[in-house]
Each structure stands twice: as C-alpha cells, then as structure tokens.
Design a binder for this molecule. Structure first.
Ligand code: R5P
Length: 317
C-alpha cells in the first residue's frame, strides 16, 4: 500500500481495526483520545496526515453518544491537519433505526448523523448492512455499503444442518434480505408478521407465511438488539411445529440484558459478525452458543479499493 494511507482506530473496536490493518499489512496510526473531568474529549493524531488518505474506524456501540462525539472530533482534527481525504468507516452505523418521520415531533436521526459527519469533514463513508438502504441517500458524499450476507452464509453452510431447514424472516421488512440468504443457501423461506405496538422490547409474532413444521428454523435479521424479536420468533416457530431454532444476524448489538434473555430462550445457536465487539466476559458467563465471523477482510479489501481507486462493486456481490 502507498505510504499516504493512514488507518485510525478510535475507542470503540480496536480488535476489528487491528485485524483490518493485519489484512492490509500496515500499522495503525498513532493517536490518543483524552477524556477530561468535565467529560470533554481531546483527540490528537501523533503522526503527520498532511495530504494523506485517512480511514477512521468507529463502530456504534456503548457508550454510543460518546463514540459519535469522538468520531466527529477526530474527523474535525484530521481535516484541520490537512488530510487529503477522510473516510468514516462505520461497521455498524449509529442511530440508523430512526430513518423516517413516522410519528409527530420526532427526529430522523439517521439523517442527522449524515449531516453531522459531513459537517465535521468526512469525505466518504464506508459501512455495512444499513438498517434501511435508503440511509445512503441521506448523504451528499459517497457511501459504500458492504454486505455481510456471503460471509454469514458461508458460516451457516459449514456449520448448520441446512437439509430440512427453512429460513425465516423475523419481520416482513426483512423479507428482501431473506431472499439473498435463500438464493445462496438454496433453502425455502417463511416470513413472520411481527407487531411492535410501542417502544418496548417485547414485540409479538402474530402470523406466518410459509411452512415450518418438522423443519429446522433459521431466523435471519439484520441486527439483534434486545433479542426480543428473535425470541418471540423462536417461540412462535416452535408452536408452529419447527424442530429446533438457530438464528443469524449481521450486527450483534446485544443491548441491556440480551445475553440473559437469549441464554434462557429456545434459540440454540446464534451466528453474528464482529461489526460490534462482544465482551469476552459476557460470552464466558452465558451458555448461549454465539459464533462470530469476521468482516475484517471485507473492510480491508474495500479500503484497498477506495485508496487505489479501483472498483468496489465486486465486493457487493
Ligand atoms: C427491526 O426492524 C430489525 O430488523 C430487528 O428485528 C430489530 O432491530 C431487533 O431488535 P430487538 O432485538 O430489540 O427486538
């Protein structure tokens, strides 16, 4: 790689950033974020970035708002240090679930994130499996959205008994994504009609299109947050005659008491990627089998393509 590329890891996911750098065979750029007593942050880049092509890696995970602020401060610092181009690398895009004004007096936070990133000085965004693809259109700068489906499918093909399996969308809005999984895994599909009547973490599965009786059900979703959606789907599928339940999601948000809820649920195994770090102590203290597949190589290839100006579309298929 040319010398003018710099990869910066902010506070959220050093393990993924280091793995990406490993694939690119280059070191992380030396930086530091100091947190003061008044909760202000000071980001310093300890290397010259003048005229460099800089990639700043920050995923959305707790403390979510603090991580966003650190990202904006870092981009601003790099802009004023005369970086030639700054790409915000967001494996899991923050605040993406609010992408429309579907009730009075609320913010479209995904759009707000786009405005904040552009105002701070980001020239491009590299992300993965947006909650809604139209979030791409909230930006006036280029956004490359990577897709983890092939990586997750490879893992499922290697480790699940796909014969006699049915792929299940936990929600009608997941149906389109499910088609991509079904094409790759050559399996039948079913779609659950999920209702979430309020902002609670207990949605209800009310009906299903498709046959799951006497089949192993594999629930697919873009993210798993509280686990409420997956758990409701699993119970519903068992009631409808499914034999056993596995689940897969790209983003393991796993917020609040999700680990406890999943551990005592009917889901036998969960396959996720490493767009969000999973604390080792959580894994050790909960019996749920969570298999993590790495997206580091895909991000490294995308960074290489962006830097060298070669086509990135081969990574989308
Ligand atoms: C909803 O539209 C998404 O696809 C996921 O189903 C949802 O974000 C999962 O959230 P939770 O795990 O809290 O039910």
């Amino acid at each position: 790689m040319a010398n003018d590329i710099k990869i910066i890891s902010l506070s959220s996911h050093n393990a993924l950033a280091s793995e990406i750098c490993g694939h690119l065979e280059m070191p992380l750029t030396q930086t530091e974020t100091i947190r003061f007593g008044n909760e202000n942050m000071l980001f310093t880049c300890h290397e010259n970035v003048r005229e460099s092509d800089v990639f700043v890696i920050q995923t959305s995970c707790p403390p979510v708002s603090e991580n966003i602020m650190e990202l904006l401060i870092a981009i601003d610092a790099l802009k004023h240090a005369s970086a030639r181009r700054i790409t915000a690398v967001l494996p899991y895009f923050p605040y993406a679930r609010s992408d429309k004004k579907d009730r009075p007096r609320i913010s479209i936070t995904a759009r707000l994130m786009a405005d904040l990133l552009e105002t701070a000085g980001a020239n491009r965004v590299l992300t993965m499996n947006l909650h809604s693809p139209q979030v791409q259109g909230f930006f006036r700068i280029p956004v490359d959205q990577l897709d983890a489906t092939p990586i997750v499918c490879d893992e499922l093909r290697n480790t699940s008994e796909l014969e006699d399996s049915v792929l299940v969308a936990s929600d009608v809005s997941e149906a389109k994504d499910l088609k991509a999984y079904a094409n790759r895994l050559n399996a039948p599909i079913a779609i659950i009609d999920k209702r979430r009547n309020d902002d609670s973490e207990s949605p209800e599965a009310v009906s299903i299109i498709g046959d799951v009786a006497d089949r192993n059900a594999l629930i697919i979703d873009d993210e798993i947050a509280s686990g409420g959606t997956m758990i409701a789907a699993a119970d519903f599928l068992l009631k409808h005659g499914a034999r056993r339940i596995e689940a897969a999601a790209v983003h393991p948000v796993l917020s609040g008491n999700a680990y406890d809820r999943l551990s005592s649920s009917t889901i036998e195994r969960l396959v996720v990627t490493n767009t969000i770090p999973i604390p080792a102590e959580k894994l050790a203290s909960h019996p749920i089998a969570i298999n993590t597949v790495s997206v580091a190589n895909l991000f490294a290839e995308a960074i290489r393509a962006i830097h060298t100006g070669s086509s990135i579309s081969r990574l989308f298929t």
